[in-house]
Design a protein. Structure first.
Length: 646
């Protein structure tokens, strides 16, 4: 991948990126709104993307919506920003973000300075052989606030006007991000912890208010994202319903900027079911800015999971051979030549295979010979799933992907599809568009975000024809998304509604996936059903199936954790046995073995590479990871020695 910032069409804040795709070079533009994700970095920019990186890009009209750098190897570390929800006596810190993801991990630094309700950014380090997590660094948001305030004071003294403006904006954005996350987590907590979180949130809001007032950086605000459920034009009130959180009402005044597709619109143009991002003053609840989209959009993480389940095989071209011989239990076969590659594929026709001619059911007969079709099939068995005669516009390529955005109203560009290569394409669905699911005609009301778009979707009119801004669909062919697979290590567990639990699973690339497990979920360990109550931190999910849109899980196969963990004080060092005894605050002491042939990693604060001979009685152990079957120590993290000068 090549990146340039001096393209003649580039404008301020935009960077042109050249992607080396299977179909040749492709140029897209990254702008300040592009979401960049680089493993291990919390707030990366385009400059942090190394040349030659493998990336997954979501783009619309040449503008990059998001860029994900795909790791080619398992990832050892990453950042995670969230609210502290608990600090255990054993040094385990619980952190949860607004998406419901939660990690519970010991910290190499002193966790006693943390209180529930603190916003932190944690550096997570993963042991690649076991999947266990360790927090190796913690940065509190209010400590970052102090650093920004100190930088503003220096800029004021040096009268650096340009730097002052940038720092004020950073202070404003950091405050909004912190307080938004805190509001979201607070809204989702149970009443027993609500008052404690509210106290920390109020303290943070007051701290930001003082700093923002001191340096003229505005007032504390938060952002709510969701669906418009109520519009009161007389009182100028807007109600927004976020996902999984209570609805929020904001006030609209003359200074509220409302933007739709890059243009300012009046409050009266807002409609129910619009998806909005509303930034509002925390004290007055008055919205300063509202960004509007016509309807709800598919979550990016869910979209990436669903794209892997899009029809596994598809071919477009004429039928060149039919074989009706069914002797010796053989299946009828059909041979199609792909128009693009000229390669041929022979497919087995099953009784349940769907055969359509211009959308109408038909049977397998000689009249299909030479008919141009789109066939969808299973690549491993070459079993035909669905076949339909193709009547697209000119050389329009097949459209395959997932429903990314859908608006029920008959408007130009009222439907967008995220294609398999990550692009977002807009289409127009009219009253004449035929909608089919698994070959059966259905109502437009049955279209859902995340539905898989099959390759026999047909375009009636291309973009630009008769003034159309987006291609008009003649046929929208859908299938329901199957469950996606999940593997990884359980990193966090929280309670959810109706007796279910929310489980956060980390993969070996340190991606985090949240699933919902309830009484209907089949949970198996070593061949025995253990139910949702049998899940615990550190267990390995070796096989699982869940629905990315809802998070509901059908089944999980788990294995015991590869490591156990203990914290406490070293009470005995036995050099001749290469063993130490650790006494936890509660429970029985544990003896750990330190094999000389494969010694564990031992560290103290920022000093790594310690040896067994460096251990002594009285050392405090922040976290010791060991093999529970053999008690062999895998890693030891010691608290700082007060007698040493670091």
């Amino acid at each position: 991948m090549g990146i340039t910032g001096d393209h003649p069409r580039a404008v301020a804040g935009e960077i042109d990126i050249t992607l080396d795709t299977r179909n040749g070079p492709l140029e897209i533009t990254a702008n300040p709104g592009t979401a960049i994700r680089v493993p291990g970095l919390e707030q990366p920019t385009v400059d942090d993307i190394p040349l030659g990186s493998a990336v997954a890009v979501l783009a619309a009209n040449g503008q990059a919506v998001s860029i994900l750098v795909k790791p080619v190897q398992p990832v050892r570390s990453r950042h995670f920003t969230g609210i502290v929800t608990g600090v255990g006596e054993d040094g385990v810190v619980d952190i949860q973000d607004a998406n419901g993801r939660k990690i519970s991990s010991p910290s190499a630094s002193d966790p006693s300075i943390l209180k529930p309700g603190d916003l932190v950014t944690a550096v997570l380090e993963q042991d690649l052989s076991t999947g266990s997590l360790l927090i190796t660094g913690l940065d509190r948001a209010l400590d970052n606030l102090k650093r920004i305030e100190a930088a503003l004071e220096r800029a004021e003294k040096t009268q650096a006007a340009g730097k002052l403006s940038v720092l004020r904006q950073r202070l404003n954005e950091n405050a909004n991000r912190h307080l938004t996350l805190a509001q979201d987590v607070l809204a989702g907590t149970d009443s027993s912890r609500h008052s404690q979180y509210q106290e920390r949130l109020t303290g943070a809001q007051n701290a930001y208010a003082r700093g923002m007032s001191r340096f003229g950086a505005g007032k504390p605000s938060a952002t709510v994202s969701g669906i418009v459920t109520s519009i009161d034009l007389e009182r100028k009130l807007l109600t927004v319903q976020p996902s999984r959180l209570p609805a929020l009402q904001v006030i609209i005044d003359g200074a509220t900027a409302i933007r739709f597709q890059g243009r300012d619109i009046p409050f009266s143009r807002l409609d129910l079911a619009n998806r909005v991002q509303a930034r509002y003053n925390l004290e007055s609840r008055t919205a300063s800015r509202i960004l509007v989209s016509a309807g709800e959009t598919l979550d990016k993480t869910a979209a990436q999971e669903l794209l892997t389940t899009v029809d596994p095989g598809a071919v477009n071209g004429p039928i060149i051979q039919l074989d009706f011989d069914t002797s010796y239990d053989a299946l009828p076969r059909i041979t199609i030549r792909d128009s693009a590659s000229q390669a041929t594929v022979t497919l087995n026709v099953l009784p349940q295979s769907v055969l359509l001619v211009d959308g109408s059911p038909t049977s397998l007969g000689k009249e299909l010979l030479d008919t141009k079709v789109t066939a969808i099939f299973q690549p491993d068995s070459l079993e035909l799933i669905e076949l339909d005669s193709q009547a697209g516009v000119g050389d329009s390529p097949p459209v395959r992907g997932v429903i990314h955005r859908f608006v029920a109203k008959a408007l130009p560009g009222n439907l967008s599809i995220m294609t398999k290569d990550g692009k977002i394409r807009s289409f127009t669905r009219t009253g004449e568009t035929v909608v089919r699911r698994d070959g059966r005609r259905v109502s437009i009301n049955e279209v859902r975000l995340g539905d898989l778009v099959r390759g026999n979707t047909r375009i009636l009119e291309a973009a630009g024809a008769t003034g159309n801004a987006a291609p008009v669909l003649e046929v929208l062919s859908l299938s329901s998304p199957p469950p996606a697979s999940i593997k990884g290590v359980i990193a966090g567990i929280t309670s959810a509604d109706q007796g279910s639990i929310r489980v956060t699973i980390t993969t070996n690339k340190l991606d985090m996936v949240v699933i919902l497990v309830n009484a209907e979920t089949q949970v198996v360990q070593r061949g025995k059903s253990i139910g949702a109550g049998g899940l615990s931190l550190g267990q390995r999910v070796v096989n699982g199936a869940y629905h990315p849109i809802t998070g509901k899980t059908d089944r999980l196969t788990v294995q015991p954790a590869r490591t156990a963990r203990i914290s406490g004080e070293i009470t005995l060092v036995e050099e001749y046995l290469s063993a130490v005894t650790i006494q936890p605050r509660r429970g029985d002491p544990v003896i750990l073995l330190f094999p000389k042939a494969d010694p564990p990693a031992i560290s103290r604060k920022n000093k790594r590479g310690l040896k067994f001979s460096d251990l002594k009685t009285g050392d405090r152990v922040r976290a010791a990871f060991y093999d529970p079957a053999t008690n062999r120590a895998l890693r030891l993290v010691l608290a700082p020695d007060p007698d040493l000068d670091y």
